[in-house]
Ligand binder design. Structure first.
Ligand SMILES: *[C@@H]1O[C@H](CO)[C@@H](O)[C@H](O)[C@H]1NC(C)=O
Ligand SMILES: *[C@@H]1O[C@H](CO)[C@@H](O)[C@H](O)[C@H]1NC(C)=O
Ligand SMILES: *[C@@H]1O[C@H](CO)[C@@H](O)[C@H](O)[C@H]1NC(C)=O
Ligand SMILES: *[C@@H]1O[C@H](CO)[C@@H](O)[C@H](O)[C@H]1NC(C)=O
Ligand SMILES: *[C@@H]1O[C@H](CO)[C@@H](O)[C@H](O)[C@H]1NC(C)=O
Ligand SMILES: *[C@@H]1O[C@H](CO)[C@@H](O)[C@H](O)[C@H]1NC(C)=O
Ligand SMILES: *[C@@H]1O[C@H](CO)[C@@H](O)[C@H](O)[C@H]1NC(C)=O
Ligand SMILES: *[C@@H]1O[C@H](CO)[C@@H](O)[C@H](O)[C@H]1NC(C)=O
Ligand SMILES: *[C@@H]1O[C@H](CO)[C@@H](O)[C@H](O)[C@H]1NC(C)=O
Ligand SMILES: *[C@@H]1O[C@H](CO)[C@@H](O)[C@H](O)[C@H]1NC(C)=O
Ligand SMILES: *[C@@H]1O[C@H](CO)[C@@H](O)[C@H](O)[C@H]1NC(C)=O
Ligand SMILES: *[C@@H]1O[C@H](CO)[C@@H](O)[C@H](O)[C@H]1NC(C)=O
Length: 766
């Protein structure tokens, strides 16, 4: 056991490190689980305006740098729109008088309505009438889109001029002429040149006006084409129709307006120049990229590749989750979104270009199996580590339990006992484990209880080798006894007498040590004498034999044991009997060693009323003569068949010893004797036993014979009984019977009365 303990201690640093690792492992596992659970909920809705600004006006969305009012727009002229009620609660965005019906950031364009210009010829009065119209965005970020607009003229006798001017006030003039002679030549559909002409405009124009040439005034064609129209409009706007020639439909639909596309840009500087002034620079947001305007001066912002959103806002550019846009970002493998991009990989075991094609199974079997092996090894080692953690926890719990047991073992002097056992080899004494005793008693089953009292319970136990034992489980033990326990065990284990119940071992790893005794099969002497159910016909021979054996056992304890042992609680119920009525003195729970110092005396009060030495009650000093007195009472029980405290007639409690002593004095011993042994032949012998008992019951301990003397006397009487003629010595008997008694009635005043019992905590119950 000692070796086992040092082994455990040696493993301590390793176990500590392992526990730390286990703790770490479990924490990581927990964090990983919670992280993966919360990872999915972070995609924020893309914003398009400054905080608190309206996103739309009517059904036109207004993205920053545009805004309703100057607080919501980029701080430059032309971006602050107004959202006017055009009647019936319909709201539309305007820049002064120009309606914006579409604003986009990419491409950086806006659509507005442009007024269609007209010229008509009144044949009645031969007058030519026309409208005047111009649009100008000088000082504002707009210019007419050269790519998306065309100057379109509709008529059959028409020449219209477009005049424009760019940011640098460089003006230009262009025109478009359309002449046709009958409506028959006109075809619906594209603006083909007959009845309709179109011309492109240059870049950077932010001023525009239209004039008609007076020499082309519809005077030649007024009968089928009274009016001509001209407008700068979006390329696809016009779906030519002959009605546009013959009627005034163009002036009447949509308020005589046509859509025109404006390009816009920030400022009039290049990116390179603009970003020098960080207070006016528009592309300051993260992942925002600057590019120079392709139509006129100024620059534009855009989100870097992999991001989308509003590049003019500080956090407008957001990562694109390409994996959700499989059509735009193809991936035929495993798609993983990254900040500003995405990864597309082939699944384990396959190869290929998953962004443009498919993954095909990898034919290099070695690497596949290698991967498989690596996977298995990783999983297995993780599982093993977890298992190890669990095992370590279990081992720790077990060690804790063992520590508690060890602590009890140490406190109860177990080491001393072990050392003693080592030095005295061949000692038939065993230190039992708690488990062994639990197993032997079927977990201290109630049905296994042999007996019990104030001090504890005795169980019958069956050991592994089918050997029956009696296990005494005490209720309490005082501290002094705890320390001395191992030592006591060493001494008690060496007692080896055929009439003393053998102590086989003990268990120290519990709070109150348990004792393991030899199992004696035939009950107690008390049961033999007093149990009515048993055949109480026991011969005098047997009684004498039991008395002799008990006396020899006590004599052995008093004189042959080293150190001498006082029983302290001699009584018929502590004398056990085997199948052949051999007596075995038991219950060393009450055994006391001869005290070595005065302080121990006070603690030694123990015993059973009816058997208690009256001198002990007064002095509290347990001596070998106290055992002699108690044995005297046992002798009386054998002779009279009465209990040490018995009831007579009217429920009167009587002490057997006092009754006996008075009977002896008054020479009426016959009345007390057990009727089964009243026998003419034996009266002489009974008289001698009675005399011996009387001597044992002497009030003064000094006057009592020693246990050895009692045993010798009983031995002599037994021999006399068996061989009356060989051993008969009538003289001796006469001497014994004639011996004057030193007894006086008043000396045995009831000093062991009820009060004393209580005060001394004497075990009286059974
Ligand atoms: C805008 O709203 C008006 C009515 O409120 C509706 O007639 C029109 O079709 C809408 N335009 C667009 C592009 O949704
Ligand atoms: C729209 O409202 C603004 C400010 O109230 C005004 O300056 C502008 O002329 C209005 N435009 C139209 C078309 O009513
Ligand atoms: C606005 O213009 C963009 C770009 O030309 C176009 O995609 C979108 O459909 C337009 N929206 C409306 C309501 O006309
Ligand atoms: C043409 O002029 C006459 C005389 O001024 C006028 O009565 C007539 O209404 C005009 N026709 C058109 C279509 O304007
Ligand atoms: C249009 O431009 C021409 C030439 O610049 C100018 O003479 C004319 O007055 C302009 N018309 C209007 C309505 O501004
Ligand atoms: C219309 O044009 C013709 C030439 O084509 C010209 O003779 C005539 O005076 C013009 N009429 C007016 C009212 O300008
Ligand atoms: C142009 O008009 C023709 C006939 O009116 C129609 O069939 C065609 O779809 C129109 N095209 C567009 C682009 O509006
Ligand atoms: C076109 O419409 C406007 C107002 O809607 C009107 O004043 C003008 O006379 C019209 N022109 C023609 C040629 O009908
Ligand atoms: C650029 O714009 C500012 C005002 O926005 C103006 O003062 C400056 O003259 C312009 N520069 C050029 C070259 O157009
Ligand atoms: C930067 O821009 C702000 C606002 O447009 C202007 O007030 C400031 O003078 C500019 N600074 C420089 C160095 O151009
Ligand atoms: C910025 O924009 C320019 C022009 O569109 C482009 O060439 C460049 O790659 C962009 N840079 C980034 C980082 O997106
Ligand atoms: C995609 O695959 C086709 C044919 O398989 C190839 O011609 C093309 O270059 C590939 N494109 C890329 C971006 O790899």
């Amino acid at each position: 056991m000692g070796e086992a303990r040092t082994g455990v201690r040696g493993a301590k640093p390793f176990m500590g490190a392992l526990m730390l690792l286990c703790h770490f492992l479990l924490t990581v596992l927990l964090v990983a689980v919670t992280a993966s659970a919360s990872a999915s909920a972070s995609a924020s809705a893309s914003v398009n305006t400054l905080p608190g600004c309206p996103e739309t006006c009517g059904n036109v969305s207004i993205p920053y740098p545009f805004g309703i009012g100057s607080d919501c727009s980029f701080p430059a002229p032309g971006f602050a729109l107004s959202c006017n009620d055009t009647g019936n609660g319909v709201h539309k965005p305007f820049l002064t008088n120009v309606e914006f019906f579409n604003i986009s950031l990419l491409p950086a364009q806006a659509r507005i309505y442009n007024q269609i210009s007209w010229q008509c010829y009144n044949a009645t009065d031969a007058e030519v009438s026309y409208s005047t119209w111009y649009l100008q965005f000088i000082g504002e970020p707009y210019r007419f889109s050269d790519a998306d607009n065309k100057f379109t003229v509709v008529g059959c006798d028409t020449l219209a001029y477009i005049r424009g001017q760019n940011q640098r006030e460089i003006s230009y003039t262009s025109g478009c002429v359309s002449v046709c002679h009958s409506s028959e030549s006109l075809t619906n559909g594209a603006c083909s040149g007959i009845g309709c002409c179109q011309t492109s405009i240059p870049k950077g124009i932010n001023f525009y006006n239209v004039t008609f040439d007076g020499n082309f005034n519809n005077s030649q064609v007024w009968n089928f084409n009274p009016c001509s129209f001209a407008v700068l409009a979006e390329v696809d706007w016009l779906n030519f129709s002959t009605a546009y020639i013959t009627t005034r439909e163009l002036n009447e639909t949509n308020g005589g307006r046509a859509p025109v596309v404006l390009d816009w840009a920030i400022g009039n500087q290049t990116c390179e120049v603009a970003q020098r002034n960080t207070t006016s620079y528009a592309c300051l947001g993260k992942h925002s990229n600057c590019s120079d305007s392709t139509n006129g001066p100024g620059y534009l912002c855009s989100c870097s590749s992999g991001y989308q959103g509003n590049p003019y806002l500080p956090n407008g550019c957001q990562d694109i989750n390409e994996c959700d846009l499989k059509e735009k970002y193809p991936c035929n493998g495993i798609c993983t979104n990254t900040d500003g991009g995405y990864k597309c990989t082939c699944p384990r075991g396959t190869k290929g270009d998953p962004k443009n094609g498919t993954c095909n199974s990898d034919h290099s079997n070695l690497s596949t199996s290698m991967k498989l092996v690596i996977g298995i090894v990783t999983t297995t080692s993780f599982a093993l580590l977890l298992l190890l953690c669990i095992v370590v926890s279990m081992v720790r719990e077990r060690r804790k339990l063992i520590r508690i047991k060890e602590e009890y073992f140490r406190r109860h002097g177990g080491r001393l006992l072990l050392e003693e056992m080592k030095s005295k080899q061949g000692l038939a004494f065993k230190v039992f484990t708690k488990e062994e005793l639990e197993q032997a008693t079927n977990n201290f089953d109630r049905n296994r209880i042999l007996g019990g009292g104030g001090h504890g319970t005795v169980y019958k136990g069956i050991l592994d080798d089918n050997h029956a034992v009696a296990i005494k489980k005490s209720k309490l033990i005082d501290d002094h006894q705890k320390k001395e326990f191992g030592k006591e065990m060493v001494i008690l284990s060496q007692i080896n007498h055929r009439n003393v119940v053998k102590l086989l071992g003990c268990c120290l790893e519990v709070e109150v040590p348990m004792l393991v005794y030899e199992f004696v099969s035939n009950g107690t002497l008390f049961q033999l004498i007093h149990d009515r159910k048993r055949t109480s016909h026991i011969s005098l021979d047997t009684r004498l034999e039991i008395a002799l054996q008990s006396a020899e056992a006590l004599a052995y304890l008093h004189s042959s044991a080293s150190p001498p042992i006082l029983h302290g609680d001699v009584k018929s119920s502590n004398i056990l009997l085997d199948d052949n009525y051999n007596a075995k003195v038991s219950d060393f729970g009450a055994s006391m060693f001869v005290p070595k110092d005065e302080t121990q005396f006070a603690t030694l009060v123990q015993g059973t009323c009816g058997y208690l030495d009256p001198e002990y009650l007064q002095t509290c000093q347990l001596t070998d003569k106290s055992d002699v007195y108690s044995f005297g009472v046992v002798l009386l029980e054998l002779l009279t068949g009465r209990k040490a405290i018995y009831f007579e007639g009217s429920n009167e409690e009587k002490s057997l010893s006092s009754s006996f002593l008075s009977a002896m004095k008054e020479d009426r011993l016959l009345q007390l004797l057990d009727s089964h042994i009243k026998n003419e032949e034996d009266m002489e012998l009974i008289g001698e036993i009675a005399e011996l008992a009387r001597q044992c019951l002497n009030v003064r301990g000094e006057d009592r014979p020693s246990m050895k003397e009692v045993a010798d006397d009983l031995d002599r009487l037994r021999k006399f009984k068996r061989h009356p003629f060989l051993q008969h010595n009538s003289e001796e008997i006469e001497n014994l019977l004639g011996q004057p008694s030193s007894y006086t009635e008043n000396e045995i005043s009831g000093s062991y009365s009820i009060e004393t019992k209580a005060a001394l905590d004497i075990e009286c119950g059974r």
